[in-house]
Design a protein around this ligand. Structure first.
Ligand code: ADP
Ligand code: ASP
Ligand code: MG
Length: 459
């Protein structure tokens, strides 16, 4: 039985024209498929940021509490949804705001309880809009649907039983369920959040749980593009990517997908599509287990970048002789819960990159017992992604030549184990022009691509 998950991001539910468009897309799907789609929504654009600020800045709290109410009330008016649809939530929000009026910065469970209002308001508005258009639809909070998580507030992980819970609560519904993205709930009933941008992940969790045929991510670009359009305005949609390619791009900064999104889809081999709510007829991007390599000479489909990266180098003149050196280094990172991205080794040193350095100081003290430690901040990882690209003879040399030509130094280089990713480290201030230069130099700019024989067909 055909069934899809349709996830709408902040601009798709928080801009009136897109909201109307999204509602139409859901109604069309509900009329067409044997089982109605499950809709997953993010907060209206800007709302999560306001809620974060509400938690962080006590002096702005009263003004922000009003602003949150006004944002949803005026949006309801704009899209023709009756105010009664959000009245209970407004009352609950007012009560929560009052309890925090004199508190300091919010953290942990209190902060997640506040953040959860964004998606709860959005789901209520979206479901009410569908009902007003004659559909049978209801909003449901992720926790009520059984998405239980651990207690890592702000970055919670679903518990194994979430899958069966969601299958039981959503699997056989014959109305359109509008599910709050980004949220979960601890076993003792406190709201959690899955990490910023986590609604994409929610959609994939739901899709895997109900055995959906497709997980659709409706956003504000016509698919996963060949680069971040804010950096490269010429970036173009990539028609087809493998799970491995899309995962690498998401991990290394392509914000259009949360980095964990592909995991549930990969486990159940469910196709993911990235589509544009404002231009629903554009083909968008398809992400499946395998995808043909790009036609272009370098096989590169897209370039991503991640700033705020720190490199740590541990050097020991005895490294070659001392077996177990690498094991000792990684044991330290593991013990301090530091996630390592890139790794390069030489005869006498090992360098790694990290993006969360909150526990780095303690780790450095331990690493100093192993060798000489050097830390460099203010770096960026640039990832050049495409099936088969890293094995193209000369790609790394070509990249170095392009960057060297304009004086950009490459600090570290690493060929991803997935064989779809060539990633390297540059200084943060060089990151954007590196991406632009490579987009052009590797044949991804439109005019370059169309002038090359056979270009464009694979995306
Ligand atoms: P949503 O609210 O729909 O979840 P996001 O803002 O989280 O949308 O993600 C979409 C944005 O991701 C785009 O508007 C774009 O600015 C950014 N982005 C970064 N890299 C890429 C990429 N490779 N392809 C498409 N969008 C990208
Ligand atoms: N609203 C949440 C955020 O802004 C989740 C999401 O948009 O996916 O991070
Ligand atoms: Mg997003």
């Amino acid at each position: 039985m055909q069934r899809v998950v349709m996830k709408f991001g902040g601009t798709s539910v928080g801009i009136a024209s897109n909201f109307e468009q999204a509602q139409g897309l859901v109604l069309a799907r509900a009329a067409r498929d044997a089982a109605p789609p499950v809709v997953v929504v993010s907060a209206l654009t800007g709302v999560t940021n306001s809620l974060v600020e509400f938690g962080a800045v006590p002096s702005r709290r009263a003004a922000l509490a009003d602003r949150i109410v006004e944002r949803h009330a005026s949006f309801a008016r704009e899209v023709g949804v009756d105010a009664s649809a959000i009245a209970p939530l407004v009352a609950e929000w007012r009560a929560v705001a009052v309890t925090h009026a004199d508190a300091g910065a919010l953290a942990g469970a209190e902060r997640d309880r506040v953040l959860a209002f964004g998606e709860r308001f959005a789901a209520a508005l979206f479901a009410a809009g569908l009902v007003a258009r004659g559909a049978r639809a209801a909003a449901i909070t992720a926790g009520d649907a059984g998405l239980v998580t651990d207690e890592r507030f702000g970055a919670a992980h679903p518990l194994p039983e979430a899958n069966a819970n969601l299958a039981a609560s959503l699997g056989r519904r014959d109305d359109v369920v509008v599910f709050t993205g980004f949220l979960g709930r601890t076993l003792d009933g406190r709201p959690t959040t899955l990490g910023r941008g986590g609604s994409d992940y929610s959609a994939a969790i739901v899709g895997a749980a109900i055995g959906a045929d497709e997980i659709q991510i409706w956003t504000d670009t016509s698919g996963m593009l060949s680069a971040d359009p804010r950096i490269v305005p010429e970036a173009r949609p990539v028609a087809h990517l493998s799970f491995a390619e899309a995962s690498e791009l998401a991990y290394f900064g392509a914000k259009v997908l949360h980095p964990k999104t592909l995991l549930p889809a990969m486990e159940r081999l469910i196709a993911v599509r990235v589509l544009n709510t404002a231009r629903p007829d554009d083909p968008g991007s398809r992400v499946t287990a395998t995808a043909p390599p790009a036609d272009e000479a370098w096989r590169v489909k897209s370039i991503a970048s991640k700033k705020g990266v720190t490199a740590v180098t541990i050097a020991s003149t005895r490294m070659l002789l001392a077996h177990g050196f690498l094991a000792r280094v990684f044991e330290v990172f593991g013990r301090h819960h530091l996630v390592v991205d890139l790794v390069t080794t030489s005869e006498v040193s090992i360098s790694v990159t990290l993006d969360d350095t909150s526990r780095l100081d303690a780790a450095i003290a331990d690493l100093e017992g192993i060798g000489r430690v050097e830390v460099r901040h203010g770096l960026a990882v640039v990832a050049v992604v495409g099936e088969g690209a890293p094995t193209r003879l000369g790609l790394a040399g070509h990249v170095f030549t392009l960057l060297g030509g304009v004086g950009i130094g490459v600090e570290m280089i690493s060929q991803g184990a997935s064989r779809v990713n060539l990633s390297f480290v540059v200084r943060e201030e060089d990151a954007d022009r590196t991406v632009r230069l490579l987009h052009r130099g590797l044949g991804l700019d439109a005019e370059v691509a169309t002038s090359a024989p056979g270009a464009g067909a694979a995306r």
